[in-house]
Design a protein around this ligand. Structure first.
Ligand code: SF4
Ligand code: SF4
Length: 456
């Protein structure tokens, strides 16, 4: 009787183990991860042969093997759940923080053409040393124009159309003066309503932080109509909104689906931010949305401090559910709101040991070394000029760093478990990074495109 029970337990354990592996294989296939699929399938077969082979040929050891398996499995889970090797938080020295001038951002610089007064001002008084390089960049094909490596006459217009559309409505970011007298509302109640409203409209996450001076650009620099306008802090709070970018689209980087997804999510999150800002003015408070092409604030810094995610090596926010596969917008306001805090999901330590984005960046724009102080923040600093130069070559917004980041995996049960352990435990981070390289490769390449795109 005892032998029969042990044999039954041995069989159940083996089946559980093999089905868990097969589940991962199927998940990998659905994610177009063929290497992970093949490896897991082979591992499942080997495990099945070994486990059930032992059961059939050495029945006298079945009890010891099954018990040892469960003890080791439970011990491993307990070990990985322990809060060991805490990842350090991002260090911000408030005394050294400085405001950044948006006129230095490469996207605005590209609109400064010779003959414009802004061109003269920027390259004679503000930043003469970048003139030669910028002139060279401007001579390269623009994104989505013939000449870029991935230009396609039918694919490229998808993202161009969406960016054009955003450009046409981005003046709505400022909804103007509030309607009537402010409605009396407590900060927790206001935060609850705004979060609920934004999530209902489609935001993946909504978090709030106090607006500080260094979150605000010193001068505008993205659009010619208000270029060089000095910005003063007007609001006290920032509502930060994020939206998920679809995994299969991001996965195709640097091809056109990736940049189409970027444009699409900027459009959606801009809609939501404008609606939230307008709602706040409807209840009597001042508010402004900060959306693609029309920012007064640094959304990445705000997102880190509000706890949307942590700033990663690749220079983007890594969120708990979608990693860097998110786009951001913000709404600043003078409505008093209950605030959130930064989060720690293990990103700083993981990025320290991972470097996958840097290893895969075709232009070598991502820092492979240690963090450095940048305007009061100890962080990795990417080279936005060389990154953008690669965009002009590619004709898309590249996005390879996003696609290869281990945190970008879809939010399935298996990846959620890995994220849970990574957030708690330094040993888990090392093990899962090793497994990521093994199953997905250190230099993954995905060129799978949805069927409504042509082949590049
Ligand atoms: S790829 Fe690795 S190093 Fe780069 S941001 Fe992602 S986790 Fe950090
Ligand atoms: S977008 Fe491409 S070029 Fe730019 S940092 Fe990422 S991988 Fe490098």
């Amino acid at each position: 009787m005892r032998d029969a029970i042990m044999f039954f337990l041995h069989m159940i354990t083996g089946l559980l183990f093999v089905f868990t592996l097969l589940g991962f294989a199927i998940t990998s296939l659905r994610e177009n991860e063929t290497r992970a699929f093949r490896l897991t399938l082979i591992t499942s077969l080997l495990v099945a042969i070994l486990w059930f082979g032992i059961g059939a040929t050495l029945p006298e050891y079945v009890m010891q093997i099954t018990v040892a398996f469960w003890i080791l499995t439970i011990a491993a889970f307990i070990l990985l759940m322990l809060p060991l090797g805490k990842s350090p938080p991002l260090e911000i020295d408030p005394l050294k923080t400085e405001r950044f001038d948006e006129r230095h951002v490469i996207f605005g610089r590209m609109d400064l053409v010779d003959g414009l007064p802004q061109y003269e001002t920027y390259y004679t008084r503000i930043n003469p040393q970048t003139k030669r390089f910028d002139d060279h960049l401007r001579s390269m094909p623009r994104l989505g124009q013939p000449g870029g490596n991935h230009f396609h006459p039918l694919d490229s217009p998808y993202f161009k159309a969406v960016f054009k559309y955003i450009d046409r409505f981005n003046h709505l970011a400022d909804p103007g003066e509030p309607e009537g007298q402010p409605v009396d509302i407590s900060p927790p109640e206001a935060a609850r309503r705004i979060k609920g409203f934004a999530k209902h409209l489609g935001a993946a996450d909504v978090r709030i932080t106090r607006l500080k001076d260094y979150h605000i650009y010193s001068h505008t620099g993205r659009r010619l109509d208000d270029w060089g306008q000095a910005l003063n802090p007007e609001h006290r709070y920032a509502v930060v909104l994020s939206i998920e970018m679809k995994h299969p689209m991001v996965h195709s980087a640097p091809l056109n689906p990736g940049v189409t997804e970027t444009a699409a999510r900027y459009m959606q999150i801009a809609d939501i931010a404008i609606a939230v800002a307008t709602y706040i003015t409807e209840i009597g408070y001042r508010a402004r949305a900060h959306i693609d092409g029309n920012y007064h604030v640094l959304n990445t810094a705000l997102a880190h401090e509000a706890g949307i995610g942590e700033l990663g090596r690749l220079g983007l926010i890594i969120s708990p559910k979608y990693g860097p596969r998110i786009r951001l917008a913000a709404v600043t306001t003078d409505l008093s709101l209950e605030t959130d805090s930064p989060i720690n999901i293990g990103v700083q330590h993981f990025c320290e040991i991972c470097k996958k984005c840097a290893d895969n960046c075709p232009s070598g724009s991502i820092d492979t070394g240690s963090k450095k102080p940048v305007r009061g923040v100890e962080k990795w600093q990417s080279n936005m000029e060389s990154c953008y130069q690669y965009w002009r070559k590619a004709g898309t917004d590249c996005g390879i760093c996003l696609a290869v980041c281990p945190f970008s995996k879809p939010n399935t049960l298996y990846h959620r478990m890995v994220r849970y352990f990574n957030a708690r435990n330094g040993i888990a981070r090392k093990i899962f990074l090793w497994m990521d390289d093994l199953f997905y490769s250190r230099k993954p390449r995905h060129h799978h495109q949805p069927d409504w795109f042509g082949k590049d």
